[in-house]
Design a protein around this ligand. Structure first.
Ligand code: ZN
Length: 324
């Protein structure tokens, strides 16, 4: 391993630890919001003079993730994106004698930080909807509070619409880079924004059935990468079809928790150039093994979905045991 490769390995290890740290902070913040929701409800005041006081408590909750989100976007834009853009140029500039392909890296890190950013916005928008329900229940509410709730509702809806549309490009980017797991992950995030809009009483432009089918297809065809999200897919589908409502739709954390366990010196690259930890994974986490496609891929007719999810779980159990 050249000195540059060794440095790249250490940099990726650092990115992985950062992802994990931000994720942990994000779920701590979310669990803080859940735990304090009862107290928030109790401090909301009825009556015409309560507007400013209510606004203050709403704003405090709305800003609970603001600093963390800034840290995520700063690190993504100032460090990860710059690194991904410049590393090949640096290798050439330094005249490092390596095959050009080695630095033609198809790095998934900026996209992983994008996923983190979208997750944090989801938590904020879901919290906003939950607060709106509580605010609606206030007796003799003030004009001030009424205006605030209208503003909150409209901002929540427009932000969810913006992210839902932007994710279309992110999904296309994953597809062009053969990142199957991230592609499925962004589809799931997009469905979460669709649910936000649905809960706000607004239609979204997302073609839900096509999106669910796409995720199913990805999980089925790439069981070692996209397939890791099969349980989340099943929960999402139940939630959307009102079979069973889940409060924590996006709990596929095992992959995220695995990243800091990488031991430097064991960085591998798959055939598409995605880096992955040889310490933790048998194959690339973003593309992985492709199973043969069957002629008819109708999840409703071909295979019952519960059986499908169980089958995927069994397949992943054959890998390293901590991954499920
Ligand atoms: Zn790969």
């Amino acid at each position: 391993m050249s000195a540059l490769e060794g440095n790249i390995d250490r940099i990726y290890a650092k990115f992985c630890r950062k992802l994990n740290m931000f994720m942990e902070q994000m779920y701590d913040a979310k669990s803080g919001l859940d735990k304090t929701f009862g107290a928030f409800n109790r401090v909301l005041r009825p009556g015409p003079l309560s507007g400013r006081r209510n606004e203050e408590v709403v704003r405090n909750r709305g800003n609970a993730l603001a600093e963390l989100q800034r840290n995520i976007t700063d690190f993504r834009d100032d460090v990860v994106q710059q690194f991904e853009k410049n590393i090949a140029r640096i290798a050439t500039f330094l005249g490092i004698p390596t095959a050009p392909d080695e630095f033609d890296m198809n790095s998934p890190y900026r996209l992983r930080f994008d996923a983190l950013f979208y997750r944090s916005r989801l938590i904020v928008l879901e919290e906003s909807l939950r607060m709106l329900v509580a605010l609606k229940d206030i007796r003799q509410t003030s004009q001030h509070t009424l205006l605030m709730t209208e503003g909150m509702r409209s901002m929540t809806i427009s932000e969810a619409q913006v992210h839902l549309a932007a994710l279309q490009n992110t999904i296309a980017e994953c597809r062009s880079k053969d990142m199957k797991r991230l592609e499925a992950e962004f589809h799931l995030i997009q469905l979460c924004f669709h649910i936000v809009l649905k809960d706000a009483g607004v239609m979204s432009e997302l073609e839900v059935d096509a999106s669910l089918h796409k995720i199913w297809d990805l999980c089925h065809t790439y069981p070692d990468s996209a397939g890791l999200l099969a349980n989340t897919y099943a929960a999402m589908k139940d939630h959307i079809r009102d079979v069973r409502r889940h409060t924590d739709l996006y709990s596929s954390r095992n992959v995220w928790w695995s990243w800091p366990r990488h031991t430097t010196g064991d960085l591998q690259h798959c055939k598409y150039g995605h880096p992955f930890s040889g310490t933790m994974w048998d194959s690339c986490l973003e593309c992985g093994r492709e199973v043969r496609k069957l002629a008819t891929m109708d999840p409703n007719k071909l295979l019952k979905e519960n059986d499908f999810v169980a089958a995927i779980k069994t397949q992943t159990l054959n890998g390293k045991s901590w991954r499920v």
